[in-house]
Write a protein that binds this ligand. Structure first.
Ligand code: SF4
Ligand code: SF4
Length: 159
C-alpha cells in the first residue's frame, strides 16, 4: 500500500547507502537518518497537542533491530551490556562483529521502504552467495565409486 511520502527507490541516495552498507558496523541508525522520518499518519499517543513529530528521525526504542540481529542471537550474553533496545544499544553490543545481513534495516519502522526495496531487490542478490555446491563431497563419492569399479574390473580380468 503506498504511503503519503514518495517511496520511489530510484530517488534514494544510493551513493551514501552503498558506503554505509559496505561498512562492517550496524547500519540501521544511519539508514534511519537517510530516511524521511515519522510519517504524518503515525499512531503514537502524544500528550502535548502542540508537539509535531512528523519527520522526526529519532530511534523509537522499539527494539526491532535488536531482535532481528543474528550476532545477538549467537551471543545473547552481549545483552548484559545494556538494558536499552535502541540503535545505540545495537551498535554497542555488536560493533565491528556486524555480519552485514541488513536485517536491522529491514526491521526498522523508521527506515523508508524505498531503502528496504533497494536492499532486497538489488543489494542482497549480489552480496548473499548461493549455497555452495557440494563439489568436494561429490568428488569424494566419485573417488569411492571409481575405486569400487576398478576393483570389480580387476577381479573380472583376473578370472
Ligand atoms: S542485523 Fe545484521 S546488519 Fe544489523 S547489526 Fe546485526 S549483523 Fe549487522
Ligand atoms: S528498529 Fe526500532 S530500536 Fe531499532 S533503530 Fe529502528 S526505531 Fe530504533
Amino acid at each position: 500500500m503506498p504511503t503519503t511520502r514518495n517511496q520511489d527507490k530510484d530517488k534514494i541516495n544510493r551513493e551514501v547507502a552503498d558506503v554505509i552498507l559496505k561498512t562492517k558496523e550496524p547500519p540501521v541508525a544511519r539508514f534511519r537518518l537517510l530516511s524521511g522520518g515519522m510519517e504524518p499518519y503515525h499512531r503514537l499517543d502524544i500528550k502535548d497537542e502542540n508537539s509535531v513529530i512528523t519527520g522526526d528521525k529519532g530511534c523509537l526504542a522499539c527494539g526491532n533491530c535488536i531482535d532481528s540481529c543474528p550476532v545477538l542471537r549467537k551471543y545473547p550474553e552481549r545483552f548484559q551490556l545494556t538494558e536499552q533496545r535502541t540503535s545505540f544499544a545495537l551498535e554497542a553490543c555488536v560493533g565491528e562483529d556486524c555480519e552485514q545481513c541488513y536485517s536491522c534495516i529491514l526491521a526498522c519502522p523508521q527506515v523508508d521502504t524505498a531503502y528496504k526495496d533497494y536492499i532486497v531487490d538489488e543489494v542482497a542478490p549480489e552480496t548473499i552467495q548461493p549455497a555452495p555446491r557440494i563439489t568436494s563431497l561429490d568428488s569424494y563419492f566419485m573417488a569411492i565409486i571409481a575405486l569400487v569399479m576398478g576393483i570389480m574390473i580387476g577381479v573380472f580380468i583376473a578370472r
